[in-house]
Write a protein that binds this ligand. Structure first.
Ligand SMILES: [Zn+2]
Length: 316
């Protein structure tokens, strides 16, 4: 049985998975990300970890189909990374960096959100689908698009960055990118908590959230489930903005399914119900609604998708 390695490089840790060709995860581990020297230590560490795993598990060089890698930044269609702030890397071809450390082994990189969408299509919530939009609501709002089974990068790697849609033109606070009123500021975990605090100040309605010194998104969604007015107002506004973004996207790519992942997805079906309600109110042309579902693989979506990129390349 052939082996594939899937790697998900994040700003704080690097997740690695060793897979069989059929998608069975044989081993999964993670290491800390050492962000310095334009990513050189990251590539050194990945090569070292994979070599070590191959030795431990007696995996021969010839049985390894390749190493897929997700990166938290734009990857253009030449696999070039102009800038990845989280990893402190600029102007680099990560594939070449890893390939040369692995004696010419096949390496493929992709944007982490796109790669996670591919993982969900292979072994997660979107199995059997060919056109997917995955949105991750975490520190920021990430998203990945799969069309006809293939990741869409676009010329500059910008495709699928719905987090930077201007969704609220009235908003004056700035997004991390420098723009204002972006979905990223509103529907991320950070955004939802920020708006909840703002609504608590602006609105005098009773809320259980006022009794807490600090609260997280689970506290907020629990409160919403019990009918808390401020928690519901927050989720309706923030997920309403997300739904508007999904509806805009539907008019462009009309996917088979929308998947919602990331920390906010822990809110479960309540989140989907709110998104669906607002989504439908933003659509006029379509007689049938698009399925909106929670992503299934959580933090492992990246390593699954990374491995799948190698299989897809093999099939080309
Ligand atoms: Zn932005």
């Amino acid at each position: 049985m052939n082996i594939i390695f899937g790697v998900d490089i994040g700003g704080t840790d690097i997740k690695l998975g060793m897979f069989q060709e059929d998608g069975q995860l044989l081993s999964r581990w993670q290491i800390s990300t050492r962000v310095m020297n334009n990513g050189q230590l990251i590539f050194d560490d990945i090569a070292k970890e994979i070599r070590q795993k191959m030795n431990e598990q007696s995996v021969s060089r010839s049985s390894v189909l390749g190493i897929g890698c997700g990166i938290p930044g734009p990857v253009d269609n030449q696999s070039f990374v102009r800038k990845c702030v989280n990893l402190g890397i600029t102007n680099i071809y990560p594939e070449q960096e890893i390939t040369k450390r692995m004696g010419g082994m096949s390496v493929q990189i992709g944007n982490d959100a796109n790669v996670a969408a591919l993982g969900e299509m292979w072994k997660g919530s979107a199995q059997g689908k060919r056109n997917i939009l995955l949105v991750t609501l975490g520190t920021g709002v990430g998203s990945g698009i799969i069309i006809d089974g293939k990741i869409v990068n676009g010329l500059h790697g910008l495709a699928g960055e719905i987090g930077h849609f201007t969704i609220d033109p009235e908003e004056t606070e700035k997004c991390t990118c420098g723009g204002t009123g972006h979905l990223n500021q509103i529907a991320s975990v950070f955004g939802v908590l920020h708006y909840a605090k703002r609504f608590l100040q602006e609105d005098s309605a009773y809320s259980v959230l006022r009794e807490k010194k600090d609260f997280n998104c689970i506290d907020l969604t629990d409160a919403a489930r019990k009918g808390d007015a401020i928690a519901l107002k927050t989720l309706n506004y923030c997920m309403g903005c997300l739904a508007k973004g999904l509806a805009v996207t539907a008019h462009v790519i009309d996917p088979d399914i929308f998947l919602i992942g990331g920390g906010m997805a822990k809110a479960g079906q309540l989140l989907i119900d709110i998104i669906e309600e607002h989504y439908l109110s933003n659509l006029y042309l379509m007689p049938e609604r698009t399925e909106i579902k929670l992503a299934a693989l959580g933090n492992d979506a990246g390593i699954y998708g990374a491995a799948k990129m190698i299989l897809d390349r093999k099939g080309d």
